[in-house]
Write a protein that binds this ligand. Structure first.
Ligand code: V47
Length: 371
């Protein structure tokens, strides 16, 4: 980054002035990771002090059968493939009951776009989990899935969301956003919700009182300016609704995908995208370094480059592992706390809405819930 640009952007960040599209592109294209990280860390500490959040969650992927077959996805299968699967309601309850013993506070449920499963299947999964475990938060169905349910049923997005909300849906995960840009979507995911459809689902969800997250899957065919436009689209919607809780950059894992010739983002790229996200998304409270995709070591470093959340214990996530992730399948509460402490941060277990969980332990004393 040329000296004058560093100084200009640093000056804006110090004064709390919103960064422009040009600033974002200059940051994305800069190699001055340390300066960018220092600025992002300043913003992070303004927002959440020394705290780093985690939660105790369990991922459940209901089916890998998907009509969308995105170029970056190693998880999806066609119906009839030997390794295609769909969980029954009993299977889901069995997995959920097992996780209960670990003090789980959230189920993160995302799946393929199955050609035949009726909408009632998804509603019944939510209703059954809620009935048996009313205190566990259900963060389920990406905006892409919600849009698909609307096409499947012929009901509007609002009606689909209301019905799931009545069954016990607590919030929406941030997946399916990929890069919110028509050129990129046409190349990597032409068979699912468009950028504006993804944003419209989120707008509707927020209006109904459902919080959500937002992701960005980067490191494939997108340019720096397309990344920045993605962040700006989220920032604009957040100005309107305030419904995004966390932003989660997702570095591309190419193995077993149709883009397997591409290389994975390096550690420097991962930290830079995290830091630039923190700087551009001035109105989003939390930046998550999802350790499954970043790897544990980079996720820990990310706590010094603008991230304030490591996500959760996770357990048996299938999407990243299908695409060649090499991290462990799960981290314990103690392991997460250890990683956070040794980065000089204060570990705080949160629920899905960023409220403190359980007894306020010594570590958490003095920390208040933000939302
Ligand atoms: O929607 C798919 C992406 C997402 C690959 O909201 C890939 O709290 C990298 O959204 N390489 C699923 N990424 C993960 C996700 C998520 C994770 C953690 C927390 C939250 C949250 C959301 O992963 C998909 C897609 O965008 N993805 N394939 C791949 N090969």
């Amino acid at each position: 980054m040329a000296e004058s640009i560093v100084e200009n952007i640093a000056d804006k960040v110090e004064k709390g002035i919103r960064l422009s599209r040009e600033d974002g592109i200059a940051l994305m294209e800069s190699n001055d990771l340390i300066s960018i990280g220092r600025l992002a860390n300043m913003v992070k500490e303004r927002k959440s002090g020394a705290v780093a959040y985690f939660n105790v969650n369990r991922h459940i992927n209901l089916t890998n059968v998907c009509v969308s077959r995105c170029a970056f996805c190693a998880f999806s299968r066609d119906k009839g493939d030997a390794d295609a699967y769909t969980l029954s309601l009993d299977d889901v309850l069995r997995v959920a009951r097992a996780a209960r013993h670990d003090g789980v506070t959230e189920f993160h449920i995302v799946s393929g776009l199955h050609p035949d499963l009726p909408f009632s299947y998804y509603r019944d999964v939510i209703a059954a989990l809620k009935e048996e475990m009313p205190d566990v938060h259900l963060k389920a169905f990406t905006a892409v899935e919600i849009f698909y349910f609307s096409q499947l049923t012929g009901f509007g997005v609002e009606d689909v969301l209301r019905e799931l909300q009545m069954a016990g849906l607590g919030s929406l995960p941030g997946g399916g956003a990929e890069i919110l840009h028509p050129r990129v979507r046409q190349r990597v995911c032409p068979n699912k919700a468009s950028s504006s459809e993804w944003l419209d689902v989120m707008r509707t969800a927020h209006r109904l009182g459902l919080k959500s997250n937002a992701t960005m899957l980067y490191g494939h065919v997108e340019t720096s300016s397309e990344r920045v436009d993605h962040l700006l689209a989220l920032r604009a919607l957040q100005d309107e609704t305030g419904g995004f809780q966390a932003f989660i950059p997702l570095p591309f894992h190419p193995r077993n995908t149709r883009l397997s010739h591409m290389r994975r983002p390096t550690a420097v790229e991962k930290l830079k995208v995290l830091a630039v996200s923190r700087l551009m998304l001035d109105n989003v409270p939390h930046i998550k370094a999802y350790w499954v995709m970043h790897g544990v070591k980079v996720a820990q470093l990310a706590l010094l480059f603008g991230a304030d959340d490591l996500d959760g214990t996770v357990a048996e996530e299938k999407i990243t592992y299908s695409a060649g992730a090499e991290t462990v399948q799960s981290l314990s509460r103690d392991e997460l706390c250890d990683l956070i402490r040794s980065a000089g941060r204060v570990p705080v277990e949160r629920d899905s809405l960023y409220r403190l969980v359980g007894d306020v332990r010594k570590d958490q004393a003095g920390v208040r819930s933000e939302t």
